[in-house]
Design a protein around this ligand. Structure first.
Ligand code: DGJ
Length: 514
């Protein structure tokens, strides 16, 4: 079987798994859940069953893989893969190596204790940070060595079956607590001329300050992290070339590098990262902020990066956001974070998250409100999971789009023979907001899927025809085949023709008359 790969074909990003295009309807589990196989059996897998996921995103930890220097233990990796096969889902693994949310908390004890060899970044006051410096050669080499061993073992146990389809290298890298490393060593590098790869990428020259002025610290750190990640990723990729990606803690208020991880792959420095880390196949935003549409736009600008969301907020908007991400931006993955909580009864809650942690991570509290999310997301995933082949067929054709309520009341979408007026329904607390996707199957036929909206087809501007429907069908896709239920040509097709607060899909054939 072919190794999973990400290709850009005629301008469309396709992720191939076992030779077929793949879209991940996923969820990421809490940071510590996959450190215990028993915990996974009791507290995670049972609550993922009802969510209709095809992919689970979970961490794998350097400290548990190489507890003593040079001694490797892969029983956890083997057990997780076995469990995933049993549950019939694919895995995306997160390599928690040198950096996790900017910090170096997942490195093995022998690395932590030897802080002279594996030295830390320091702030302007020369105080050490809890982050091993990306300029520390010994640390990057040690991580790369462990990553090679991990990829070697992964290839051995999964090289035929491909339960693991992708690996994220590190997690939300960047420096927290300072805009750059101010160690003597880093200062010397900072005052050198920028590397030629950055010179040609930005068509500039001189020192970092001369080239990037007030952004110098952040761009310098971006280069240092990208180079370190490239060294680790390329070492593993030579052994087993799975698609490797990185994720970003997004730039946000108070907008200063160091309050979000400085040098991490935020959209602004993606160009630099691409030049310095060619092994990385995509840049993934972790979206907890409310401005979902803007972030999707940013990360897909100029079609230079596919949309892949390994962490999304887990309040009820998730159930709608997934339609928008797939319909409008051809997303390859959508995954709310802490997915095991969504269907877990409060009495059985385990490794959740404390609100103080969210404050420290600058995460909007409302994004962690799971009230109602599980039941709606399960329906969205069930519906979409049965039409992934249909969605795949229309990705990149210009015949599929998406919409999502922001602060507006509706939108108008333009198709070849009609305009489509979409009006958003009012949603109560605990109900998903309005949004969906539309596919123009032919000039007169449409598929509409989503939540909470009504529609009206209009003639194009200047066209004097009247518009009406041949028929409107309610139904669902089953393994990409349309199975109709009611035909809605009566009262239901009147003014409020559309979809209520439960995820649903309609097929319509329209016509014009004069
Ligand atoms: C983003 C990180 O990438 C995750 O590992 C996790 O820490 C969440 N934030 C918040 O729980």
């Amino acid at each position: 079987m072919l190794i999973p790969q990400l290709l850009k074909e005629d301008g469309v990003y396709n992720l191939y798994v076992d030779g077929k295009p793949y879209i991940a309807l996923a969820g990421e589990i809490h940071n510590s859940s996959s450190s215990g196989l028993k915990y996974m059996e009791g507290k995670v897998w049972p609550y993922l069953k009802g969510l209709n996921l095809n992919t689970v995103i979970l961490p794998i930890y350097w400290e548990l893989i190489e507890p003593e220097q040079g001694e490797f233990d892969f029983h956890l990796l083997e057990g997780l893969i076995e469990q995933a096969r049993h549950e019939n889902v694919r895995l995306v693994l997160l390599w928690f190596g040198l950096w996790k949310n900017g910090n170096s908390t997942y490195v093995p004890g022998w690395v932590k204790r030897d802080y002279k060899t594996y030295f830390r970044a320091v702030n302007e006051r020369n105080e050490p940070l809890n982050t091993i410096s990306p300029l520390c050669r010994s640390a990057v080499e040690a991580d790369a060595n462990a990553f090679i061993r991990f990829m070697t073992h992964l290839k051995k146990i999964d090289g035929d079956q491909h339960t693991v389809i992708m690996v994220q290298v590190e997690n939300e890298v960047g420096l927290l607590g300072s805009d750059r490393d101010y160690s003597e060593y880093a200062n010397a590098e900072f005052n050198r001329p920028i590397p030629t790869v950055i010179e040609s990428c930005y068509n500039t020259s001189g020192t970092w300050e001369e080239a990037f002025a007030e952004n110098a610290a952040e761009y310098f750190m971006a280069y240092q992290y990208a180079r370190a990640v490239e060294e680790i990723a390329s070492a593993g990729s030579k052994i087993y070339p799975l698609p490797l990606f990185v994720n970003a803690w997004l730039e946000q208020f108070p907008w200063r590098p160091g309050t979000y991880p400085s040098g991490g792959p935020i959209a602004k420095v993606m160009k630099l990262w691409k030049a310095a880390a060619p092994t990385i196949c995509l840049y993934a935003p972790d979206i907890y902020l409310p401005k979902f549409t803007e972030i999707c736009e940013e990360y897909t600008a100029n079609n230079e990066n596919p949309l892949f969301i390994p962490e999304a907020r887990r309040d009820v908007v998730s159930a709608t956001n997934v339609f928008y991400a797939l319909g409008k931006h051809d997303a390859l993955c959508f995954a709310p974070f802490g997915i095991e909580d969504l269907l877990t009864p409060p009495s059985d809650e385990g490794g959740g998250i404390d609100m103080n942690v969210l404050m420290a991570l600058n995460i909007d509290m409302s994004s962690f409100n799971t009230n109602g999310t599980g039941k709606y997301l399960a329906k969205s995933y069930e519906l979409l999971g049965n039409m992934l082949g249909v969605i795949q067929k229309y990705r990149g054709t210009g015949k599929m789009t998406g919409f999502l309520k922001n602060n507006d009341r509706g939108c108008t979408l333009s198709f070849s023979k009609y305009d489509l007026k979409v009006s958003y329904k009012f949603s109560k607390e605990g109900q998903p907001v309005s949004g969906g996707l539309v596919i123009e199957v032919s000039d007169h036929e449409f598929i509409l899927a989503g939540i909470g909206f009504s529609v009206e087809f209009l003639p194009k501007r200047g066209d004097k025809s009247k518009v009406s429907f041949i028929r409107i069908e309610e139904g669902k896709f089953v393994k990409d085949e349309w199975v109709r239920d009611r035909v809605l040509n009566g009262d239901e097709a009147g003014y409020s023709l559309g979809i209520g607060h439960n995820p649903a899909v309609l097929r319509m054939e329209m016509y014009k008359y004069q």
